[in-house]
Design a protein. Structure first.
Length: 563
């Protein structure tokens, strides 16, 4: 994560903000030191009942407080800017890593980290940025306070002389050692009592993500659920997620309650402990009343700095759990490239001529297993030239889907190689499903911009595939996955082919479940593409009848492939 930060575009801004914050913190600590020294003349004036000195010290107090107020406001603003910059850098980095070529789909297909990535990209990134800012600034401030006030406390407390066995043993700076012992005891007890919080916070984040994911999927499938009268089933599924989440919350509540016994107990004791520790020096006459208050104030500052870990243990455990979720997610994304370049993966390269070739192909069925069954073609080498029609046939829809994604590079687990045409002028047409966000024009040209194509061409393409009614909605943004049914989504994909005009087109059984009219219209559309290569992954009798393709069988073999 540190390497990721160092290469982030937000690095310079964050370093400048860090310098500004450090300067403000140093000035604040200096003002707090002056406020601590102010205790001596102020309380001595009270002890002497000197009104002029009392009024004078009040003026000094308000001057110091005014400076502290300005510094605190400035630090608050810098804190917010730091958290904002951290979130900008972290979120941009995670999105960039996630959307690098083929990473996201490979992660979703082969890793548990691909489940609910939105949680890590959004909520975890926000929490990590906020907590990192708060904790790092608090730790630096506590460290500077400790260094600044430990000297004051050492000089103020003097030596504590203990008569032991006829000897008088002097303990120099005894109040410093008392503060270390007090804070150390609190820290050890806090670590022991709160050790389960890290794991529980990580479980809570995972359960929150599961609940949000099932709510999103239910919302997207309301029409199907309502038609099938499946509300009760969905309610039970969501209820199971809620119960699981609440179980973790209950465990967190008990863990936090046990931790509160320690943190609150030591917090209340901190109000009297400084005076009790300083009392020997005061009653021996080594300290005046003002000196007593100054020593007590310095002890409180040193103790607060030393107990920073205790005070922030709950946030630290949550921060660590969030850091683990974000860092493991980012590492898993990077490993997608490592996996794709290993010997146990299919090689993808661009050839020297207009031929699509598949050589020695084996596709792993289960990439999460150490050894997995595989898929292969009945021929060890398949060369498909421009203009040819080929059908890759299998009795299993799952096997067809794996093969289709293996050709596109989304499923690289296996061995062999896929050689794309020289210009890589090809288009993969998946079965209807989720569509990217954007206007209808953007979907037609995806991933290119509509401005790269003439508007008349977009309108003609819609008319050509039977979607003329959507011409007026060309510039409309909508949830097109829900607006368009399966047939219209397939027609839209064919319209995109007319606009982008790829020479090699690979279909994922797109004619499955379409009505006869749609199939006839779309096959007639394809028949006009005589100079195009059509590769159909599926068992469509219509495609076989109309195009008389070369049929190559896809076979499942128990020949294992190391993953």
């Amino acid at each position: 994560m540190l390497r990721a930060f160092w290469h982030s575009a937000a690095r310079t801004r964050i370093l400048l903000l860090t310098g500004a914050l450090l300067s403000v913190i140093l000035l604040t600590v200096f003002a707090q030191l002056e406020l601590n020294r102010w205790n001596v003349p102020f309380y001595n004036a009270l002890e002497r009942r000197s009104l002029p000195d009392f009024v004078k010290q009040l003026q000094v107090f308000f001057a110091i407080v005014a400076v502290l107020l300005v510094l605190n406001v400035g630090q608050s603003w810098l804190n917010q800017m730091m958290a904002l910059s951290l979130r900008e850098g972290l979120t941009n980095d995670l999105v960039d890593q996630w959307l690098r070529r083929k990473r996201a789909i490979r992660l979703a297909s082969s890793s548990p980290f691909g489940v609910n990535p939105d949680q890590r990209l959004h909520e975890d990134a926000r929490n990590l940025s906020d907590m990192s800012t708060s904790l790092s600034i608090g730790m630096v401030q506590a460290t500077i306070l400790l260094v600044s006030f430990v000297g004051v406390l050492w000089n103020t407390s003097g030596d504590l002389v203990l008569p032991i066995g006829g000897y008088r043993i002097a303990i120099p700076g005894y109040m410093v050692w008392a503060a270390v012992l007090y804070a150390g005891t609190a820290s050890v007890l806090t670590s022991v009592v709160g050790r389960r919080l890290v794991g529980l916070n990580e479980s809570r984040s995972a359960r929150e993500a599961d609940l949000r994911a099932i709510l999103m999927r239910t919302s997207e499938s309301l029409a199907v659920i309502s038609i099938a009268d499946g509300q009760e089933r969905e309610r039970r599924r969501i209820g199971e997620r809620i119960v699981s989440l609440l179980r973790v919350f209950r465990e967190l509540a008990w863990a936090q309650t046990r931790l509160t016994w320690v943190s609150s107990g030591f917090g209340w004791l901190a109000q009297i402990v400084p005076l009790v520790v300083a009392a020997p020096a005061y009653f021996s006459g080594a300290l005046s009343f003002g000196g007593l208050m100054m020593a007590a104030g310095a002890f409180s500052q040193v103790n607060a700095a030393l107990q920073w870990y205790v005070t922030n243990f709950g946030m630290i455990s949550n921060w660590r759990a969030t850091l683990m979720r974000v860092s493991t997610f980012r590492q898993a994304l990077n490993e997608m490239d490592i996996s794709a370049s290993s010997k146990a993966c299919i090689a993808y390269r661009v050839g020297e001529k207009s031929t699509f070739s598949i050589n020695g192909f084996r596709a792993t069925v289960d990439p999460q297993a150490a050894y997995s069954a595989s898929l292969r073609l009945e021929t060890d080498r398949l060369d498909i030239a421009l203009g040819e029609r080929v059908m890759i046939a299998s009795s299993s829809v799952q096997e067809q889907r794996i093969f289709f994604h293996a050709l596109s590079g989304d499923w690289p687990w296996g061995r062999g190689e896929v050689v794309y045409p020289e210009s890589r002028d090809l288009r993969f047409v998946a079965r209807a499903g989720q569509l990217p966000a954007g206007t209808l024009a953007e979907l037609l040209c995806y991933p290119h911009a509509p401005a790269d194509f003439g508007r008349d061409g977009l309108l003609d393409a819609l008319q050509e595939v039977g979607l003329g009614r959507l011409q007026k909605a060309l510039d409309t943004s909508s949830a097109w996955s829900q607006v368009l049914d399966r047939e219209d989504q397939t027609r839209l994909a064919f319209a995109s082919l007319l606009i982008l005009r790829p020479r090699f087109i690979i279909f994922d059984d797109v004619f499955e479940d379409l009505d006869d009219d749609a199939c006839d219209a779309l096959t007639a559309f394809l028949e006009r593409m005589a100079d195009r290569t059509l590769i159909y992954v599926g068992q469509s009798e219509l495609f076989r009848k109309v195009f008389d393709p070369q049929v190559v069988k896809l076979e499942r073999t128990e020949e294992t492939v190391a993953v």
